[in-house]
Ligand binder design. Sequence first.
Ligand code: URA
Length: 210
Amino acid sequence: MKAEVQEIRHPLVQHKLTHARSADTTTDNFRRLVRELAAMLAYEATRDLPTELSRIRTPVAECDAPILAGKKLCIVSILRAGNGILDGMIDLLPGARIGHIGLYRDPETLEPVEYYFKVPDDVAERLVIVVDPMLATGNSAVAAISRLKECGVSSLKFVSILAAPEGIATLAEFHPDVPIFTAAIDEKLNEHGYIVPGLGDAGDRIFGTQ
Ligand code: URA
C-alpha cells in the first residue's frame, strides 16, 4: 500500500510559507502565518468529509442543505510545536476535540519516549488528525500514530507545514494507511536533523524561545 501524500500548492499557501520560512520574520508574524497555514491545511485535509442533507428554513424558503456527517473529529498535537498549529485548525473545526502527545528522543537509543498522553475517551470512534509543523525524521509521527492505533483509532490523517522526503518515507513505511498533507516537501534533512531549506526550529519560532 502506497501512502497518499498531498503537497498543497495553492498560491496563498506558498506565499505565506515563504514569509514563514524567512529568518527576518518576527515571532508575532510567524505565529500568525503558521495559524493561517494551519487553517488552509485543515481545509484540504477535510475535503473528503462526508455530508448529509439537513432540512432547514432560510428567511426565504425551506430546503435540504448539506451538513457534516460521519465520524466526529479529534486533532492530536505532538508537543510542543504541534500546539502552534492547533489554533488555526480549531478556527476551522471549532467542535473538534483535542489530544496531546509528548515525546522526547532518548539520547542513547534515539528512540521516541512518551512523557505525556491525553486524548478524549471516545478517540477510537473519531477521525484523528495528527499535527506537527515539521515532518523531519518521521520518528515522532510514527510513534504518535502507533500509540493512537493501540487505542483503537482507525481513521487517521497527518498534517505538517513542511515535510522532508526522509520523514515521508518513514511515515509511509510504518503507516501507509495514513494520508499526509503538507504545504511543501523540502530537499532533505541536514546532519542536525533540520529540514533544508526548512524554516528553522518551529517550536522556537512559534514560542519565541530562541
Ligand atoms: N523540527 C524543527 O522544528 N525543524 C526542523 O527543521 C526539523 C525538526
